[in-house]
Design a protein around this ligand. Structure first.
Ligand code: CP
Length: 304
């Protein structure tokens, strides 16, 4: 593939190639080799129309560690505020020689539109409520490092699935990799299409936790939410939050994940987020490695 827009586009071999390439790159970093010459002379544009901490910084770090030139574009402070369209913004960046455009946008599907306008590779860094494929890849990489093969592993994804591009990308990728995913959410925070997703659905977190190898808590996305969807913070936390008592129901070797940013005290208790079984900080570090692998395979090495 020339682009990475949906986790659903990755066949099992494609996904394993990215994970294995990331594993090789992690080994190189562990040998204190901080920078590789692989993408010297290539230009990566980070095109962010929505806020980001982890994804934007990790794509920048990944591109720089591969010696690419990086242009960071944030819609805030740009000519987007004067009404310039996505297409004209993209064509402007194209004229500056972008080999890859990493895009985050509030509109689901924006990366597909972008791919029709630019010649370089398009990487989806999160589009609306649709997908966030590199997040799913770094999550799978983090799980594989802690748990081994994902074949037959039971992964529980909990919370605001309705607004979560992370959940959709994870369900698609984890299914491809042979894991069994269960979504747990209030009925009002599940998309109507969930019946067609390759996963189970439950409303009873306490029943699912003891059978989980990994539990992934999702951020409650208040900024995308209409009050009608949502019980109350206290009610949500009581039924769907991962507090100390629920954490104790997990098997001893199960891991706790969260893509960040977290609402500490709501979907996850601070002491659970900071526990030794939490992979939250590892997920961020692994994000750089996975994004290096994706850029390397799209721009420099074998085709993913
Ligand atoms: N997980 C994630 O996408 O975080 P950011 O919004 O900070 O990039």
């Amino acid at each position: 593939n020339r682009h990475l827009i949906s986790a659903g586009d990755l066949a099992k071999d494609d996904a394993l190639l990215i994970l294995d390439t990331a594993e090789e790159l992690a080994r190189v970093s562990e040998r204190s080799i901080k920078k590789l010459p692989t993408l010297r002379g290539r230009t990566v544009v980070n095109l962010f129309f929505e806020d980001s901490t982890r994804t934007r910084i990790s794509f920048e770090a990944a591109a720089k560690r591969l010696s690419a030139d990086v242009i960071n574009f944030s819609a805030k402070g740009s000519s987007v505020s004067k009404g310039e369209s996505l297409k004209d913004t993209a064509l402007t960046l194209e004229a500056m020689g972008a080999d890859a455009v990493v895009i985050r946008h509030s509109a689901s599907g924006a990366p597909y539109r972008l791919a029709t306008w630019v010649h370089g590779s398009v990487v989806n860094a999160g589009d609306g409520t649709h997908e966030h494929p590199t997040q799913a890849l770094l999550d799978a990489f983090s799980m594989r490092r802690r748990l081994g093969s994902l074949e037959g592993r039971k992964v529980t994804i909990v919370g605001d699935v309705l607004h979560s591009r992370v959940a959709r990308s994870n369900v698609l990728l984890l299914h491809t990799l042979g894991a069994e995913v269960t979504l747990v959410a209030p009925p009002t925070l599940l998309p109507v299409s969930v019946g067609a997703w390759p996963c189970e659905v439950s409303y009873d977190l306490d029943a699912v936790l003891p059978k989980s190898d990994a539990v992934m808590m999702l951020r409650v996305q208040k900024e995308r939410m209409n009050a009608a969807y949502f019980p109350s913070e206290r009610e949500y936390s009581r039924r769907y939050g991962l507090d100390r008592d629920r954490f104790a129901k997990l098997p001893d070797d199960a891991i706790v994940m969260h893509p960040g940013p977290m609402n500490r005290g709501m979907e996850i208790a601070a002491e659970v987020a900071d526990s030794a079984r939490s992979t939250i900080v590892e997920q961020v570090a692994n994000g750089v490695t996975i994004r290096m692998a994706v850029l390397y395979l799209l721009l420099g090495g074998e085709t993913a």
